[in-house]
Design a protein. Structure first.
Length: 66
């Protein structure tokens, strides 16, 4: 789905950027141009960052046995 219409940025683009190390809105803006025009997408784009941070917090305390 398109998150940023102005720059044709999709949710997949954002997820890939986060997986590659983007951790702030500034990172997403620099890498993808998200929320650099009209700004209507900034809240949704930042929600992807929040979701990733929450997931990292939850999985950080779990020991995975192989």
């Amino acid at each position: 789905m398109f998150v940023c219409i102005c720059n044709a940025v999709t949710d997949r683009d954002i997820k890939e950027s986060i997986a590659a190390g983007a951790s702030t809105m500034n990172d997403l803006q620099n890498q993808l141009g998200v929320a650099t025009c009209c700004g209507c997408c900034s809240e949704l784009a930042s929600s992807f960052l929040s979701a990733n941070q929450m997931q990292a917090s939850v999985t950080a305390g779990i020991t995975v046995q192989h």
